[in-house]
Design a protein around this ligand. Structure first.
Ligand SMILES: Cc1cc2nc3c(=O)[nH]c(=O)nc-3n(C[C@H](O)[C@H](O)[C@H](O)COP(=O)(O)O)c2cc1C
Length: 259
């Protein structure tokens, strides 16, 4: 099994790293697994320049393509990608946010269908929910199946042996579940909503005949119910049809929020 861990902590031997090691141990109990540890702090990934070339011409035109291209290859070549980031000010670190910003086009041109993501965060005590739900939204937006979500309290990990054993045991159970469950799951309501929102955007870009429109056209997604050919249950189909109409109204680019 090929696993890549993208790590948004500035600490190399920190709590996120230690928790990924627990995951690696658990995977190795089942089959030989090597995790490729990618520390964002070691990469020369600049801030997104907002040139929008990834949107208008293609990701290969990104001025940071030397790094983003490498990261994209690593994610593409993996069976599972672990996104790991500590909570900083109740959210992901700037390192991780910069990584997400550089791949923002992937919301519009998702590609990781059939690939699993594990989301992992470590905290001093608060912000796990906010941080992990942001990471979840991004992974779903890029097309990943969320195989697991792990949140730990960093200080207890290093001071409380019982807590550490509890985390290791829960991680072991999660890994067993991931390895047993090979089938593509039904898309959640959230995934369907995300699909409809992006489909609406792609249809709107038809006039521009841009990269996004062509990407959707080539994959036949412009008039589909979902990205993959998975059979969607009737109730979800009805919900999805309803969403199609709601999104058309919502995505008119004229929102104003003033309180
Ligand atoms: C700049 C900074 C901001 C942080 N913000 C929070 C926070 O908002 N809430 C919290 O509970 N812990 C916060 N922490 C603690 C880290 O989330 C915690 O120590 C985490 O386990 C570190 O993981 P790492 O070792 O993988 O970097 C912060 C730490 C730093 C250095």
């Amino acid at each position: 099994m090929k696993i890549t861990a993208i790590i948004g902590s500035p600490r190399k031997n920190g709590d996120c790293f230690k928790t990924i090691k627990m995951l690696e141990n658990s995977f190795n109990r089942i089959s030989e697994t090597q995790v490729d540890y990618v520390f964002l702090k070691d990469l020369d990934l600049g801030f997104c320049k907002s040139c929008l070339l990834c949107y208008t011409k293609g990701e290969q035109y990104c001025p940071h393509n030397q790094v983003t291209g490498l990261l994209l290859d690593k994610m593409t070549d993996s069976d599972i990608v672990i996104f790991a980031c500590p909570v900083y000010e109740q959210q992901v670190t700037a390192l991780m946010k910069n990584f997400y910003d550089n791949f923002s086009f992937m919301f519009h041109r998702p590609r990781f269908f059939g690939k699993k993501a594990i989301l992992l965060s470590s905290t001093g005590g608060s912000g796990l929910k906010e941080t992990l739900s942001y990471m979840k939204m991004t992974a779903i937006g890029w097309g990943f199946d969320i195989a697991g979500v792990i949140g730990v309290c960093g200080s207890s990990l290093s001071t409380d042996e019982k807590y550490k054993m509890d985390v290791q045991s829960k991680i072991g159970k999660l890994v067993d579940k991931i390895c047993k469950n090979k089938k593509e799951g039904q898309p959640s309501l959230y995934q369907l909503a995300m699909f409809r929102a992006m489909q609406c955007k792609a249809i709107k870009s038809a006039q521009k005949k841009n990269v996004e429109y062509n990407y959707w056209l080539e994959r036949g997604w412009l008039d589909k119910n979902y990205y993959t050919s998975i059979e969607i249950g009737l109730a979800k189909q009805i919900y999805s049809e309803f969403l199609k109409h709601v999104m058309k109204k919502m995505m008119n680019g004229k929102n104003i929020l003033i309180n």
